[in-house]
Design a protein around this ligand. Structure first.
Ligand code: NAP
Length: 307
């Protein structure tokens, strides 16, 4: 299937282009970018022009930041194209519901991807937890914002999510692997005095079985990076590390892949299945937890952040 990639920035270059290039399902047929291009691929600077000029391209994959994404997604759906969305699927829940409704009404595929759910050991963690009684779960997602988001101003602007941009990846895993629903009961948001979005956050959750569930996200971690979820159950302790690429049960480890490896090939393989089957996949639970953290969160002003 032919796909057009929109927004040739960090994630398009690092993950989408290699995943499409190596996939048996996909052919990168066009790009839409204000400044980027891919060698040998027809380049457009305007989405409308691409949609008009290339009716043969039935699928559009959007790699833009969340705030501009809605207008692009709606334009593609209105032009009868299937749409794949980077995470988070939009800037607000209401726009995601609007896209979902538009896609279903038009009989088109809309896929709100959560790349961390496609990490190597997430399915195994889900299977292991399925019949265990949870007593405590801790998420620790600490990374260096300068390393992963160099010069990206949009993450500090309203709708950019701040530290929830990586934090929502942890929440996408959590909502996938736990058999029970969670909701946020308390949050603390540490916001640099010169920015609009948090550089760190801590969250507490209600778990229907009474387990103690909490999360800490921090963008100020230099040196080793930490993307871990530890689940203590009556049947043992599970630890997911490297963003879900590695898993240990009571200290016995499985998984050797590097963080992020294999995730985007799995997303594109799933998109191919969704289009073939005429289905949508739009799960907004990770985003609901983030929206509730912003609603409930106690703001604490912290030291200014300079890139
Ligand atoms: P980025 O490099 O800052 O931006 C991606 C591209 O979006 C830009 O190159 C630009 O494309 C386009 N763009 C930016 N602002 C725009 C605007 N206002 N209007 C129209 N187009 C605009 O961001 P990124 O890191 O790739 O992240 C994009 C999305 O991928 C985010 O939702 C992020 O959460 C997700 N993601 C990022 C990573 C990562 O490691 N960075 C990992 C997983 C997921 P053109 O210049 O080509 O027009």
């Amino acid at each position: 299937m032919k796909v057009a990639l929109v927004g040739i920035g960090k994630i398009a270059v690092d993950q989408h282009i290699p995943a499409i290039r190596d996939s048996p399902d996909w052919d990168l047929a066009a790009t839409v970018s204000r400044q980027g291009a891919v060698d040998g691929v027809e380049a457009f600077t305007d989405l409308g022009e691409m949609l008009e000029a290339r009716p043969d391209i039935r699928v559009v994959s959007l790699c833009l930041p969340p705030v501009p994404r809605f207008d692009y997604a709606m334009q593609a759906l209105e032009a009868g194209r299937h749409v794949m969305l980077e995470k988070p699927p939009g800037a607000t829940l209401a726009e995601c519901h609007a896209l979902d409704a538009a896609a279903r009404k038009a009989g088109l595929t809309l896929y709100a991807t959560w790349h961390s759910r496609a990490a190597d050991m997430v399915a195994a963690a889900k299977a292991w937890l399925a019949d265990k009684a949870l007593t405590r779960l801790t998420v620790t997602w600490k990374e260096d914002v300068r390393r992963w988001h160099p010069g990206q101003d949009w993450i500090w602007e309203p709708g950019g999510l701040g530290v929830f941009d990586p934090g929502i990846n942890a929440l996408s895993i959590l909502t996938e692997i736990l058999p029970d629903p969670l909701h946020v009961t308390e949050a603390r948001l540490d916001v640099p005095e010169n920015r609009q979005t948090p550089i760190a956050a801590s969250l507490g959750f209600h778990h229907p079985g009474g387990a103690e569930v909490s999360a800490v996200f921090d963008w100020r971690q230099e040196g080793a990076q930490t993307w871990e979820i530890e689940a203590v159950t009556e049947g043992g302790t599970l630890k997911l590390t490297e963003g879900g690429a590695h898993m240990a049960v009571d200290g016995s480890t499985s998984g050797t892949a590097a963080a992020l490896s294999g995730e985007y090939p799995r997303l594109y393989a799933h998109m191919a299945e969704l289009v073939r089957d005429g289905r949508c996949d739009v799960d907004l639970r990770p985003m609901t937890l983030v929206a509730d953290a912003f609603t409930l969160g106690r703001r604490v002003t912290v030291a200014p952040f300079e890139d």
